[in-house]
Design a protein. Sequence first.
Length: 301
Amino acid sequence: MRAPSACLWYTAPMKALRLASGALLPYERRPLIMGIVNTTPDSFYPGSRASGEEAVRRAVALVEEGADLLDIGAESSRPGSDYVSEEEELARLVPVVREVRRLVDVPISVDTRKARVAREALDAGADIVNDISALRDDPDLARLVAERGVPVVLMHMRGTPRTMQIDPHYDDPVEEVRRELLSFVEHALEAGVHRDQIIIDPGFGFGKRREDNLLLLKHLDVFVSTGYPVLVGVSRKSFIGLTLGREVEERLSGTLACHYHAALKGAAILRVHDVKATRDLILMKEAVEGATLPSGPAAES
């Protein structure tokens, strides 16, 4: 793979996501919290599985817990999973997006690799496209994103969800993922996507070993330094379970430790199952960082 051009580095005019409507979502002070809604029967975390009215209720509940935006998906990307047909994905996703849009006013991201699915979801009220293939699976999706001017998440993955965990190997995971992500950025720019639309995601758990994921998180600032907003999706993933010896239902504390580190390193978005706990973490981090000596009577402890 040829090295990406140095001109791909980018200094954003402001630390905020700009929606096609012109609305801004600032992330300079703290990362945005993206609540996960899976309209699938087979996502790796049972607590995130929902469909139809249940998915709508989960979305509303996540907003009430403090989600800044939502990510709704209808195709599982767990290791070993297969493609879902376009018709099935549309049937699962679009009615939920339409009803959630009617009930909440936070931005909605749709997790899809398919242009037709993204188009109908955007028409139903979605604002962002989150593509685990980084616009490589469906050439029409890059054109759609460029035409609509919506933010797009470009995620790093080698292979597909079905094949990605078959003996993954990196000599230098941080540098290789950075370089490959920037090549995906270059592809998007060539398709007409504007720099201001692009969000990058190192793809934690997608074709990586436990040690690779830990190194990517440790050196997240390498990705932040590209100038593009960085999305971090580590919630309850297997590398946390392997590190702590915990099943998926018991990985909240490990997840929160990763979220804290990502916030320190400058992540723009945290994609999470547990919105309330993550929001408490971020608010407590802000309180500690903003603490000062009291100037008047002793403050309440």
